[in-house]
Design a protein around this ligand. Sequence first.
Ligand code: MLT
Length: 281
Amino acid sequence: MKKYLVDDTAYYVNAKGAGPILLFAHGFPFDGRLYEEAIDRLASRFYCVVPDLRGFGQTPLGSNGHNSLGYPRVKMGRFADDLAILGAEIACERGCKGSKVFLCGLSMGGYILLEFARRRPQMLQGMIFCDSNATADPPEKAAGRVYLAETIDSFGVHTLADNMIPNLLSPHTNKEKTEVVSKLREMITSQSPQGIAAGARGMSVRRNLVDLLPTIDVPTLVLGGEDDKLSPPELLDGIAAAIPNAQRATVSKAGHLPPLENPEEFADAILNWHSSVSWPK
Ligand code: MLT
């Protein structure tokens, strides 16, 4: 893992490959390991940059990972700003200062991706929006996230993993891919309660960005697992229809986490999309 100073924290990053920079934003409550297998395949086309986001994996929450009352909270805009700083730093390091980047975000990473598109459209070359949505949380859902943030210390990451895993994975993964189920459990249970609380509070106050979708003017791939219960195919069809220039692809034998459940097909969908678009030289 490489380490980059981003504002007030040290971002831990798994980076590999050659070509244009493709930044990844993982979902909640995971870390960069979500994309580990997929980037092996994508590294032939892109310089893949997979950070553990602030508060997750090895990246500390930092002093800016709290709200004004001192409770852990990272808003989606803060994550997006972190990625912009990281992307700019890596572009400099690779001798392409100021160049645009590709960005792939899954679920919470998709919320971050939309915030990035709202704040820094000029930095984006193209986007891959996975298993996510563009709306804000309805009040009960937002309240549930605050409750999670307040109680995670006492009920613990193992209970969280037990509650989440059956809904995250496709029936195929749950039944046939025990190694994927174990990896996911390990990823969730290794997160810090503080980071989980910060991400949960951050998602609870995210903006409704539905009106942003028709204004997105970079090539976009909307990608999702065929068995995703949290952001089902019909929802992603609607998002793809709302974004001009978007392509839509579905990953078979995958639920909410295609890069973990079917990394080959996930990566191939991105490679096929990238090949199908004529990019400015
Ligand atoms: C994720 O995978 O990031 C979560 O499902 C996002 C959410 O809880 O809305």
